[in-house]
Ligand binder design. Structure first.
Ligand code: 4NP
Length: 148
C-alpha cells in the first residue's frame, strides 16, 4: 500500500510514525510505500526534531534521513491511505481534498483501540517523547494488521 502519515510540523509525530511503520513493514517483508508530511510549512526541509530522533533511535528506528515537507492536494492521488495524528490534522487535510477523490483519512489511533486517547499528544509541546512513541507504535502495529 501507499500510506502517508500527517501531523502539523512533520518534525515530531508523523516522521516518527513513518519510521516506525516502515520498520514494521520491513520486518514483515512488506514493500509498502511510506511517507510523511505536515499540514504547515513551518519546517520545510528540516530533519525531525532532535529529541524525537534520539528517542526513536533508542528504539532502533532511524529518522535522521527524513526531511519535512508540506501535505498537498496531490497527496490524495499519490497515496491509498492518509493517516493523521490528531483531529485538527484531519480537518486541515480535508480542506485540500480534490473533488471526487475518495482516499480515506484516518486517525492513527483508530488502529490502537486499547489506547487511552484517539489523538497522539504533540511532544513538541508536552516534551513526552516516550508516550508519543508508545502510542505511535501501538497505532502502527494495528495499522500493519489492518492493511495486511
Ligand atoms: P509535529 O510537532 O506536528 O508532531 O511535527 C510540531 C512541531 C513543531 C511545531 C508544532 C508542532 N511548531 O510550532 O513549530
Amino acid at each position: 500500500m501507499r500510506i502517508v502519515f500527517v501531523c502539523l510540523g512533520n518534525i515530531c509525530r508523523s516522521p516518527a510514525a513513518e519510521g516506525v511503520f516502515r520498520a514494521l513493514c520491513t520486518a514483515a517483508g512488506r514493500a509498502d510505500r511510506v511517507d510523511s508530511a505536515g499540514t504547515s510549512d513551518w519546517h520545510l526541509g528540516s530533519p525531525p526534531y532532535g529529541e524525537m530522533v534520539a528517542a526513536a533511535a533508542a528504539r532502533g528506528v532511524d529518522l535522521s534521513a527524513l526531511r519535512a515537507r508540506r501535505f498537498t492536494a496531490e497527496d490524495f492521488d499519490s497515496f491509498d491511505l492518509i493517516i493523521a495524528m490528531d483531529k485538527q490534522n484531519v480537518r486541515d487535510i480535508e480542506r485540500l481534498r480534490p473533488p471526487g477523490n475518495a482516499t480515506p483519512v484516518q486517525l492513527l489511533l483508530d488502529h490502537a483501540p486499547g489506547a487511552a486517547t484517539r489523538e497522539v499528544p504533540d511532544p513538541y509541546y508536552t516534551r513526552d517523547f516516550e508516550t508519543a512513541l508508545d502510542l505511535i507504535e501501538a497505532g502502527a502495529r494495528g495499522l500493519l494488521a489492518a492493511t495486511g
